[in-house]
Design a protein around this ligand. Sequence first.
Ligand code: DGL
Length: 285
Amino acid sequence: MAIGVFDSGIGGLSVHHALVDRLRGADFVFLADQANMPYGGRSGEEIVALTRAGCERLFAEGCDLVILACNTAAAIALRRLQQTWLPGYRRELGRPVNVLGLIVPTIEAATGLPWAHESAPRYDGEKAEKLDILGVFSTPATAGSRVYEIEIDKRKPDVAVFSEGCPELARMIEAGADEAELAATVRGHVKALSLRIGRPPDRAVLGCTHYEIIADLFRAALPAATPLIHQPGATADAIERYLERHKEYDPGSSGLRRFLTTGQPGQQNGLVEAFWGGPLHFEAA
Ligand code: DGL
């Protein structure tokens, strides 16, 4: 059995990298739905259907647990799949399987609170003084879902979330765009967000897994004092704890690493291979 990691493209490798680092002996199958990437400009129904197909493919490969290493899929499709599809699918498969995301661990890292925490009720008219401004860079679909705004406000109303949808960035990273072009795009989004807030954010989340591959460019565009909250580490911590609590999911123990794509099999671009630290060979899904 194995752990499946799913993204629309190569961005999920940032989360996969942290998971592999943490669970070295476990077996991993990574699936990139590059034939349908980017998800960030698609409708909710399309994102749900594509995410479900990706999960089915990974379960068919023998995975017990699938991690959605994609904010867009997690924001739009995860709850729906967990509630309406997984219970019947588990019965059909006759074994325990589950799908988990990366937004819960990111919000726990951003708030410093466990997911189960709820803030004390506020009374009408009572205004929380919002001093801690969190900037979230993401795809337009994730920004439109307002998942970070809604879930953080429920737990820590003194954190004000401002999302910046970046329509072109994941596709540029996927295509291996040159660094100067990527840096100019990132600077443009940091500037747009800072203008909207009236100052730079106090902290920032790279809320699209593709952006971790160019985290250095975000680091350079943001003020040095603005900490970045990194999803891959937060997600790996959460999955490690989850597997300790849920022995019914077998992560495997032979150190298998497979990479599948619905797009063009073969090597990936230099940008992601440099991030990964070596060549990456993808098989046709
Ligand atoms: N990497 C994905 C995310 O975290 C999305 C990229 C896309 O638009 O397909 O949101």
